[in-house]
Design a protein around this ligand. Structure first.
Ligand code: CTP
Ligand code: MG
Length: 238
């Protein structure tokens, strides 16, 4: 099913501590954001990429996009101070009312089967997110004292992509702006409208590269993808 995707790449990567946008760090010699873009470039269902960037990174990113033969960029959009503001800048530019995906540039291990399933669910329901069940026990803590152990069976770790009917996402972003609400993901803005968001079961490989140790996990996932071979890649996720 055809879709377009907004890819926010305008962060600073402070928690990675690389002294520059973490998305320029390389895995197998290729920058993280290029890995992510390549997945969408090669997915025949993807009709266009709205890439949100920090103006400071523009020249370097444009060069890498050209060098790596990424051709589906519909527009390069200036980011904002927060992820939500970055994405809002892109949402404002959308004109039709099909389904749009939002996917963090910092998640280079998304697979196209799951993109497909997510897009289908969002087309039916209006809003859908990829998620995996939490593996750790989660406790609430006050200072250094545990105050509560949260029932794990209902806890899911939410990933991107998240997919929405464009009119719904526009409304959600406008309302959040009016109310001065800052969420940590896109779906939370839609939930505030009272709209139900559906979960699509994701994969634990789809990590967000956030802190330096995530790069070790990334190397291991790359190795697994490689050992299965590109054509066999899908099988890793079954
Ligand atoms: N992002 C963005 N605009 C921002 C902040 C984040 O487009 N103002 C993007 C990042 O580039 C990343 C995604 O949103 O692809 C998820 O954000 P996160 O993992 O938090 O990345 P950073 O904000 O760059 O990292 P940090 O929070 O550690 O500074
Ligand atoms: Mg951030």
């Amino acid at each position: 099913m055809a879709y377009e995707v907004i890819i926010p790449a305008a962060g600073q990567g402070k928690r990675m501590g690389a002294g520059k946008n973490k998305l320029f760090l390389t895995l197998n010699g290729i920058p993280i954001f290029i890995h992510t873009l390549t997945i969408f470039e090669e997915d025949a269902d993807c009709q266009g990429i709205w890439l949100v960037i920090n103006p400071q990174d523009k020249l370097e990113m444009m060069e890498l996009i050209k060098k790596n033969n990424i051709k589906k960029i519909s527009a390069l959009i200036d980011g904002g101070e927060e992820r939500q503001y970055s994405i809002h800048n892109a949402v404002k530019m959308l004109e039709n009312d099909s389904v749009i995906l939002v996917h963090d540039a910092a998640r280079p291990f998304i697979n196209t089967n799951q993109i497909k399933e997510l897009t289908e669910v969002a087309t039916e329901n209006g809003a859908a997110v990829l998620a995996v069940p939490i593996k750790d026990t989660i406790k609430k803590v006050d200072g250094n004292l545990v105050t509560e152990t949260v029932e794990r069976s209902s806890l899911w770790a939410i990933q991107t992509p998240q997919a929405f009917r464009i009119s719904l996402l526009k409304e959600a972003y406008e309302k959040a702006q009016q109310d001065g609400f800052l969420g940590t993901d896109d779906a939370s803005l839609v939930e505030r409208l009272g709209k139900k968001v559906k979960i699509v079961s994701g994969n634990y490989d789809n990590i967000k590269l956030t802190t330096p140790e995530d790069l070790y996990f990334a190397e291991a996932i790359m190795k697994k993808w490689k050992s299965h071979g590109e054509k066999e890649q899908k099988k890793c996720f079954e």
